[in-house]
Design a binder for this molecule. Sequence first.
Ligand SMILES: Cc1cc2nc3c(=O)[nH]c(=O)nc-3n(C[C@H](O)[C@H](O)[C@H](O)COP(=O)(O)OP(=O)(O)OC[C@H]3O[C@@H](n4cnc5c(N)ncnc54)[C@H](O)[C@@H]3O)c2cc1C
Length: 512
Amino acid sequence: MSRPRIVIVGAGFAGYQTARTLSRLSRGKADVTVLNPTDHFLYLPLLPQVAAGILEPRRVTISLTGTLSHVRLVLGEADSIDLEGRTVQYTGPEGEVGTLPYDRLVLAAGSVNKLLPIPGVAEHAHGFRGLPEALYQRDHIIRQIELAATDDDPKTCAARCTFVVVGAGYTGTEVAAQGQLFTDELVRQHPLTKDIRPRWILLDIADRVLPELDERLSRTSDQVLRQRGVEVRMGVSVKEATRTGVLLTDGEFVDTRTVVWCVGVRPDPLAASLGLPMERGRLLVEPSLQVPGHPDVYAAGDAAAVPDLENPGKYHPMTAQHAWRQGKVAGHNVAASLGVGTRRPYRHKDLGFVVDLGGVKAAANPLGVHLSGPLAGAVTRGYHLAAMPGNRIRVAADWVLDAVLPRQAVQLGLVRSWSVPLDTASPEVARVPGGPEKPRAKADGKPQDEGTGGAQQAQQEPAKPGPAEMSGGPARTADQPGAPDAGDKPGPVKITDDGPDVSRRPDGKEGA
Ligand SMILES: Cc1cc2nc3c(=O)[nH]c(=O)nc-3n(C[C@H](O)[C@H](O)[C@H](O)COP(=O)(O)OP(=O)(O)OC[C@H]3O[C@@H](n4cnc5c(N)ncnc54)[C@H](O)[C@@H]3O)c2cc1C
């Protein structure tokens, strides 16, 4: 008799942990396959450190094949799921389509950037949900400072040195905190002709930073940000974004070339495409993580609305902590369905949060004990090292190097503006020109108001494709086999602020 086939869609916090648990429990009893667009698990909480030039990008990636034994990796993105036929249709990195039959399915496709119906945002802002976006930000920030250093016009120089972060959840807060330190360092290396200090502005319509976290974490973070010089502007959002700046809801126009969009996330559209009961955009599951009416289908992580058994009527928030632990329970319960162990419900109380504020500063409340300053910094870094399933020595080595050496302020130019559109269902991979069109699961358009953002999430809009999404090809990274190199690109090369040819989209048209 053939062995049961387990397919896990997505290898983030939830999917990786499901696969890891199953590789241990079901060895020899089932075939476990992970379908993921990249060959690694991305440790998202350290992404702001990649954008700030502290960590090299590979440090936050954990090889799937190198760490998951007895698990088969299929590179690709699920396009649709046939619940009746028990198959997953997917598109591989070079446009090839395939089908994976399953006996048990675990849906762990995570989340994508959330948009709000604000004019110009889809065109002029960039999200912060994947490695390509972090690499783009790192280059972009360095470029703005380098260009400002040779700009004689004080107004343009000031605009280049102004960085607007929208959304003061933990992503936006960490990006702004790390960003101010990074640009101060860059200016030391590239002194500006004008007497300008890089200006970071953190906006949120909420009345405090980290609105969804404990108030003491919020106060500590606010204090550190302000002491560092970040302009923390609560109760304010963006009314319109343009190529030269943003119009704020209080009527001020801020000249800037940088808008980082951290207003939160919405579940991957794949979950919505199933046509099953949803809870605010997330797939509704039972405490066992099974989808009601489909006992062979499980969901976990950001894509799943998991009932909070400690707080009846509520659902667990979209955090790494929950996704990781849900992955473990999903693995156990799938194994139980195959006769190994017993099924258990997901039940977990928050163990606290850590917010890395850059330098030696952080805000943390492990097990409810409030910490700030260097002690919180040490706890935060220790927590990340303990939580990462690999690369610990490399990460720690980068931290040591960063403490003793100046940061390397060079652009690599590998990720361009058009290859990381804000409105995308695939933030984990950069777009490349000339790639094949790939069918995508249709979003139901219902956004989600939990996640990495602040209260900006309160204003929501249906997901709709932005310009780059409509014209863009699919998801291939520049260094994947078959990806065209720069010489393949159609159209003339235009020199812009973003470097050669950056304003050319994959369809050859001009655009931001
Ligand atoms: C910058 C940043 C910082 C954060 N910091 C923290 C923090 O400090 N603490 C905290 O608790 N949480 C943090 N979070 C939130 C946390 O990372 C998420 O809640 C967590 O990653 C959710 O895990 P997941 O497995 O559901 O999704 P993910 O970890 O996002 O994984 C989803 C996986 O599915 C893959 N995938 C997507 N679509 C498809 C498809 N169609 N087919 C196949 N595979 C697919 C993706 O490539 C990815 O590998 C942060 C998030 C961000 C963006």
